[in-house]
Design a protein around this ligand. Structure first.
Ligand SMILES: N[C@@H](CCC(=O)N[C@@H](CS)C(=O)NCC(=O)O)C(=O)O
Length: 221
């Protein structure tokens, strides 16, 4: 049986989440690098696979699926990283949807600076980012892992997004429970070392090169 084709780009947090999961579950795929800078995601061949022109995308012998969360849920079916219990599953889903929102706000901050529609991060977006981190901190004060008492697929998704945030110039000192969980994930994820520092740092390195900090500026009265 052929291995699934996994279309990815190394610097992408959603792709990193899938890679971490693949390694944890020891699943084999054929890795196909899609270079976004060369617009390889906009070729007719790739658009035929994913009209949303996004990585990650998985092609499992003709069953094609996009979005890291959907891919992760598909790959983890039947494993001990997910559950059929409606309560546990609801918590996992809640954390997965939360991750989509967290990634969206980071995307909004990153893309507008990268493509130079802004020279400073939107204060509204930074405020939303801090609010979401505050909520994650509260979740993790009450639970060991993001969705409850055991490691689930949601930890992989939130970890990959948080990893990008962690490497940005941002003060995270008040998020003690998140930082503790982050260190625990690093020790637990067997594929952690396979994600290159440069890829985890991509956004952070760019922001540092421009001297941009993710902070809320106090407005003078
Ligand atoms: N919600 C999606 C987001 C995927 C995403 O935004 N991928 C980016 C790379 S990080 C991409 O492919 N961008 C190219 C484009 O949107 O044209 C997921 O979790 O997979």
């Amino acid at each position: 049986m052929g291995k699934p084709n996994f279309y990815f780009t190394p610097d992408s947090p959603p792709c990193q989440a899938v890679i971490l999961l693949l390694k944890q579950l020891k699943l084999e795929v054929t890795y196909i690098h899609i270079d976004l800078e060369k617009n390889e995601h906009l070729t007719p061949e790739f658009l035929a696979l994913n009209p949303l022109h996004q990585v990650p995308t998985l092609d499992d012998k003709g069953f094609i699926i996009g979005d890291s969360h959907a891919i992760i849920q598909y790959l983890a079916t039947g494993s001990n990283l997910t559950s059929l219990d409606p309560h546990v599953l609801a918590r996992i889903n809640q954390a997965m949807y939360f991750d989509t929102e967290l990634f969206r706000v980071m995307g909004e901050i990153g893309y507008s600076l990268y493509f130079e529609t802004r020279t400073e991060p939107s204060q509204k977006a930074v405020a939303i980012l801090y609010e979401k981190l505050g909520a994650l901190e509260q979740f993790l004060q009450r639970r060991i892992w993001v969705a409850g008492e055991f490691l689930t697929i949601a930890d992989f998704s939130v970890f990959a997004t948080f990893s990008a945030i962690y490497n940005c110039p941002i003060d995270l000192s008040k998020f003690e429970s998140i930082l503790k969980w982050y260190e625990k994930c690093k020790k637990t994820f067997i594929g952690y070392q396979s994600i290159k520092e440069d890829s985890k740092n991509a956004l952070g390195k760019f922001l540092k090169s421009k001297g941009i900090k993710l902070e809320l500026k106090t407005v003078e009265a």
